[in-house]
Write a protein that binds this ligand. Structure first.
Ligand code: GLC
Length: 723
């Protein structure tokens, strides 16, 4: 029976309240049970349903106020069934993929006693040196917002108390993806307008989607650590947006305020964080194991304490934990099912991006009989990516999947190169084996442990001697496919133009090998697009699509922004424009821009229309929407998916506008020879922007706008005027 929260609060001592405001990880079940008996608010998942039930039994039966536990775990892209990394899911440009991942993950996790996940990670990032780009949805605020909201819906369903729902956590609030140097945990400093236009929108979308909690980020933001950032935690998140859920600190993030130099001691840090708006401390520093509060925890007003505890108790009530915190341990999901595998495979197939396809090499010809498969990912089982549970089902190998997908083919498998070291004999072995094979497939990439948390890289090239393998095969003059499995945009510039075809498969999860084999055979067709640009060099970072206009843009002679296809035309001549924003030693633009991706069929875009080409800015600000439509036709011989990206360029504004900004996207599946008319709507979010006013000022200014739609190959554009 769920108690009256204020009545329960009235019975709790100060120490009882403080105990509710922390989550602790304990390897030893006995130690965890002792904390549950004392009345701690939350514990990390102990590893199985039975032990979780025991902890809940102790909390419900023996703790001072019989308050059940929140049981937390990072279920970022899978529990038992591992889906592709979130960056790969974003590449699908199909938020349903993310919702389905979260739905499957929540059912597997809640069935094991988990009630709270620290996901989705919705940190926009434009810096592939940062290893955590694997966990997010790329460089664009709109893509990140849509995918983050989809995951919140997938995790939480319609009722948090349902046996298949878990509380979602939008993390890491805020700006973590903009760390200087792309170095994890490093300083972040940005203007109010950039914060509000690029980094806050995904969190506002997650709050609007009903996210039960938000996690504070490790970083400082313009000098104020997020765990002590009252303005953003209280004034913006809780007051301006009306967030009624729980703010949880990141691991040790509260006590690290002392290391940041804004608190004199860990205990001073706890008081600072609670006053700033952190509700639950992650690490167990509010009360020590001995139950004694850290001195300065007492420096927190009762009102602040009560508000935090009220949020925690409300979340437990919403999860139904006072009614029934137990799960049926005998029914704990311990392995993927055929359905969850199918969902993971679909996600891997739809997240794949065809980066190049010379001579329409892909899909491989039906008569392909002799395949040479080489590279570290030919036999590696490491397809799951960062943030994977040690107990998650392991993936198979690409070798096995290719043999299964091409049962009549002779498949030769050689190492060819390693993720580390350099052994020219491996490349020589491949070159000697080339004769007599119809096609060569090089399975390359970066191992999972080079991406994720605390995995920033200063060099974005393929690790080990993988590039040497590409050049050795290219020197032999045979057609070959490179399949990439990686957790971030890489620097492919050393070899990209020499490969006949390149397929970006990311760390595709449990079903990655099967998905890749099906994409090679044509059983599945690649339709993804890059959610984050691939730079020409790490020295070019940050390089992203929606960058603000400069007074001296380098161009290739065309005025205004280059279209996506223009980026490929950029060449050495561009650096001839002397006094413009460029590098003397690098061509313009990224190697592969945001939104890039090819298909194994052909699409035509026609008939772009704006339903209201002229409208009052005040009407848009008041909520008017503007319809934009176009027709897309599959003019090829194969069925396929196209991704339509809607951009808006504000020609003149009171703050330097972006060269263009994504305002919508849609993935469409079109059988060969068919057409569809797609309709988007522009609104104040598309045409307006936040100013530098710290109080939060969103404006739509009169003026001309260019509206364009691109599928990565073709771009149509037209004009819109706000009066
Ligand atoms: C880590 C991560 C955070 C995660 C937490 C708990 O340090 O920053 O994303 O949820 O600890 O595992």
């Amino acid at each position: 029976m769920t108690p009256d929260i204020d009545e329960l609060l009235g019975r709790m001592s100060r120490r009882d309240k403080l105990d509710q405001l922390q989550i602790v990880w304990k390897q030893d079940l006995g130690e965890a049970a002792a904390l549950a008996r004392r009345g701690i608010g939350a514990l990390f998942w102990p590893g199985n349903a039975a032990d979780t039930n025991e902890l809940q039994r102790v909390a419900r039966g023996e703790s001072p106020h019989r308050i059940p536990l929140l049981i937390g775990l990072d279920v970022v892209h899978g529990q038992r069934t591992t889906f592709p990394i979130p960056l790969a899911q974003a590449a699908s440009f199909d938020p349903e993929i993310a919702r389905r991942d979260a739905e499957v993950s929540a059912a597997e996790a809640r069935g094991a006693g988990v009630t709270w996940t620290f996901s989705p990670m919705i940190d926009v990032s434009r810096d592939p040196r940062w290893g955590r780009v694997a966990e997010g949805f790329g460089e664009d605020p709109l893509v990140t917002a849509r995918f983050g909201a989809a995951k919140v819906h997938g995790y939480q369903g319609d009722d948090l108390a349902a046996p298949t729902s878990i509380a979602a956590t939008a993390k890491h609030f805020v700006g973590y993806g903009a760390a200087e140097g792309g170095r994890d945990y490093n300083t972040v400093d940005m203007s109010e307008q950039r914060l509000r236009n690029a980094y806050l929108p995904p969190f506002q979308a997650a709050v609007e989607a009903g996210a039960a909690s938000v996690m504070a980020a490790f970083n400082t933001l313009s000098g104020v650590p997020m765990h002590a950032n009252r303005r953003l935690l209280r004034d913006v998140l809780k007051d301006e947006w009306g967030f009624g859920g729980v703010v949880v600190g990141d691991a040790e993030g509260v006590v690290e305020l002392a290391r940041h130099g804004v608190a004199a001691s860990p205990s001073d840090a706890i008081a600072l964080a609670l006053r700033a708006g952190v509700d639950i401390e992650m690490g167990g520093h509010v009360l020590g194991d001995d139950g004694e509060p850290f001195a300065d925890a007492d420096a927190v007003d009762d009102a602040v304490l009560d508000e935090a505890v009220r949020r925690v108790l409300r979340l437990k009530a919403a999860l139904g934990l006072f009614e029934d915190p137990f799960v049926d341990a005998a029914a704990e999901p311990l392995a993927p099912t055929a359905d969850t595998r199918a969902a993971a495979r679909t996600a891997a197939e739809r997240g794949a991006v065809l980066l190049s396809n010379g001579g329409d090499l892909l899909p491989l010809a039906a008569g392909t009989r002799r395949i040479l498969l080489a590279g570290p990912y030919a036999t590696s089982p490491d397809h799951l990516g960062a943030w994977v549970q040690h107990f998650a089902e392991r993936a198979g190998t690409l070798e096995d999947a290719v043999r299964a997908e091409f049962p009549d083919a002779d498949v030769t498998v050689l190492p060819g190169a390693g993720f580390t070291g350099a052994d020219p004999a491996l490349q020589q072995q491949v070159v000697e084996a080339l004769p007599g094979h119809d096609v060569v497939v090089l399975a390359l990439g970066e191992p999972s442990d080079l991406s994720g948390e605390a995995a920033s890289r200063s060099d974005l090239r393929l690790p080990g001697d993988q590039e040497a393998l590409v050049h050795a095969v290219a020197d032999a003059g045979v057609p070959f496919v490179v399949v990439l499995e990686n957790g971030r945009p890489l620097d492919l510039s050393g070899w990209f133009g020499r490969a006949t075809a390149v397929l970006e498969a990311w760390h595709g999860g449990l079903e990655a090998p099967t998905a890749i084999a099906r994409l090679l055979s044509g059983a599945a067709s690649p339709g993804g697009r890059l959610p984050m640009a691939f730079p020409r060099s790490v020295g070019q970072v940050p390089e992203y699509d929606a960058h603000e206009r400069t007074g001296r843009p380098a161009t290739i002679g065309a005025q205004g922004p280059l279209s996506m296809t223009d980026w490929q035309l950029a060449g050495p001549g561009n650096v001839a424009e002397h006094f413009t924003s460029k590098y003397l030693d690098l061509d313009l633009g990224p190697l592969l821009p945001f939104g890039h991706g090819l298909s194994t069929t052909r699409f035509e875009l026609t008939d772009l229309r704006i339903e209201t080409p002229e409208i009052a800015a005040a009407e848009v600000l008041a909520g008017a929407r503007i319809g934009v439509s176009l027709t897309v036709t599959n003019t090829g011989e194969r069925d396929g998916d196209d991704v339509l990206l809607l951009f808006v360029r504000d020609e003149v504004a009171s703050i330097a506008p972006a060269v263009r900004r994504l305002a919508g996207f849609e993935r469409v599946t079109l059988p060969a020879g068919t057409s569809r008319t797609i309709r988007f709507e522009l609104d104040r979010g598309s045409l307006g922007f936040w100013t530098n006013d710290p109080a939060g000022e969103h404006v739509v200014e009169p003026g001309a706008f260019t509206v364009s739609v691109s599928d990565g190959t073709t771009t149509l554009a037209t004009g819109l005027t706000a009066r």
